[in-house]
Design a protein around this ligand. Structure first.
Ligand SMILES: [Zn+2]
Length: 522
């Protein structure tokens, strides 16, 4: 009885409290950013954050230390300078710099303030902002302070008219307000880089009725029609794996020559130089690269490890499963380009041979498992440790696609080629992303694979969690393939071992059908 009385009193108290709140307290804080590039030649850009409507006295502003998709601490706040905080009348307000990436401002209850600063840029790279006299590439994680504890709030971004004509970004435009964009929360904001310049847009194409765009800065000389035709085919082949398109529009944003690309929910930012594409090998590498970044909108942005969302912008988000997010995206980039009809079987096998030769020549394979390589990427870097510890680590970009291939062949073999890794990816998409709106744990990933296979896959998962040597012969034979080591005479001076993949002689009906449907042939 006592308990009940206490509850009733508390309930009444809550009703009265809400009823008595003043009107301003129920208004959500307003967060508006303005980005301008007043002097591009200085490699700097200027940011203003206007915020109001806070019903607390002190607010803590933080700059992320990394951006999702690039699993390294970047310490973006180091590039921020000339910080000022002013009230609506332009009067300077005091603020406390708590540490490298944290500012604390007090006395802001029911007031508005403007936090302004410059961001210096130095290096042209896909995970860094970069400004020069011809363009600006803005990485939101290195540009916009978030408000600690309020990552869920909506916000607006205005790009002040610059010397240039165009803006490319995955952010949602505000209707009727040119150069203004909106994001429902900071995760979406940080997922949408902004490219500003005199950009070229190639003719858009539709897949399942949904528009796909390609916009580039200095895209170079190449056959645009042929390129867009190929890009459409790989987009279609990637969509065919999952069968659902979860965005309203997708944009390939080409940021100019350089290295690397980063995936996002409705766009990807990619280094791009079209001038090399007349070389067939370069075109094949470019299609693999674009297929990889595109497939990531499923695999890592939506089909994702439990730990990769919501993100910890301060410490980084560690997971054992980057071999799934990255390694299987490498595996699928090869398959997508093959299934799109842009590569033959030999090219597909050569791509996989590249990963096998790299992995089998790395002494790190006896020291580090795939899961450990995933977890340690923040320390080791995505391609394994460099320097003295170089021989103690592996890259999930090499062992990941190999494990993916063995897993795929195991599922196809045990199900008489009725099911494949594609079914695993679809099940993860529908079960965890669509139905549960969350990522999967290590155990849930294995369970999903075993559910599709209809049997235990213990040996394959030993290849993930231990350094046990891979039984290529067994799993490749499921698809009518074999691996051979070239004799020493063919080996280069570095004493590396070299392996090749090829078809076995006299495959049976199941082996034949697996090899065909794996490559997308009927
Ligand atoms: Zn990737």
């Amino acid at each position: 009885m006592v308990k009940h009385q206490a509850k009733a009193k508390l309930f009444l108290f809550c009703i009265l409290t809400v009823w008595q709140l003043p009107a301003w307290a129920q208004v959500k804080p307003v967060i508006e950013y303005t980005v301008s590039v007043p002097q591009p030649a200085t490699h700097k850009y200027h940011v203003e954050l206007r915020t109001a409507g806070w019903n607390q006295d002190t607010v803590t502003f933080k700059m992320p230390k990394w951006m999702p998709g690039y699993y390294q601490i970047m310490d973006y706040a180091k590039s921020v300078e000339n910080i000022f905080v002013r009230d609506e009348k332009g009067k300077d307000l005091p603020f406390q710099k708590v540490n490298d990436n944290t500012l604390r401002i007090s006395g802001i209850r029911n007031k508005s303030l403007i936090l302004s600063y410059d961001v210096m840029t130095a290096r042209q790279f896909v995970a860094n902002s970069y400004v020069d006299s011809e363009h600006a590439y803005i990485i939101p994680a290195g540009t916009f302070f978030y408000i600690d504890g309020f990552l869920h709030l909506p916000l607006n971004v205005e790009i002040v008219t610059t010397p240039w004509n165009n803006i490319a970004t995955g952010l949602e435009p505000v209707t009727g307000k040119p150069n203004q964009f909106t994001a429902p929360d900071f995760d979406i904001l940080y997922d949408c880089p902004i490219l500003i310049g005199n950009l070229e847009e190639l003719p858009p194409f539709k897949v399942n009725g949904i528009e796909h765009r390609f916009i580039g800065y200095k895209p170079g000389m190449f056959d645009r029609k042929d390129f867009i035709d190929k890009l459409k085919r790989i987009t279609e082949a990637a969509v065919a794996v999952i069968g659902d398109i979860p965005y309203n529009q997708y944009t390939y944003i080409a940021i100019g020559p350089g290295r690397g690309g980063i995936e996002h929910l409705n766009n990807t930012t990619v280094s791009f130089d079209g001038s090399s594409l007349s070389n067939p090998d370069a075109m094949n590498r470019m299609m693999n690269f674009l297929a990889h970044e595109y497939f990531h909108h499923y695999n890592v942005k939506r089909i994702r490890p439990f730990e990769l969302g919501p993100f910890d912008y301060e410490k980084g988000s560690r997971t054992n499963l980057l071999w799934v997010s990255e390694g299987l995206s490498v595996y699928y980039e090869y398959l997508i380009v093959r299934r799109a009809g842009l590569a033959d079987e030999r090219t597909l096998l050569s791509n996989l041979e590249g990963n096998i030769n790299s992995y089998e020549n790395n002494p790190g394979r006896f020291h580090q498992s795939l899961a450990q390589a995933s977890y340690n990427t923040w320390k080791d870097g995505p391609f394994g440790t460099q320097g003295e510890e170089r021989d103690k680590a592996i890259s999930y970009y090499d062992k990941g696609p190999i494990a993916g291939m063995l897993l795929d062949f195991a599922i196809r073999h045990t199900t008489q080629n009725e099911k494949s890794l594609d079914d695993v990816m679809r099940l993860l998409y529908w079960k965890y992303y669509k139905a549960k709106s969350r990522g999967f744990t290590d155990a849930e990933f294995q369970q999903t694979c075993e559910e599709v296979a209809g049997t235990s896959l213990t040996q394959i998962f030993e290849y993930v969690y231990t350094t046990r040597e891979l039984d290529y012969t067994k799993y490749l034979s499921f698809a009518g393939l074999k691996m051979e080591e070239l004799p020493n005479t063919d080996v280069d001076k570095k004493q590396t071992r070299k392996f090749t993949l090829s078809r076995i002689e006299n495959p049976d009906a199941l082996q034949k059908s697996i090899l065909k449907s794996w490559q997308g042939e009927k």
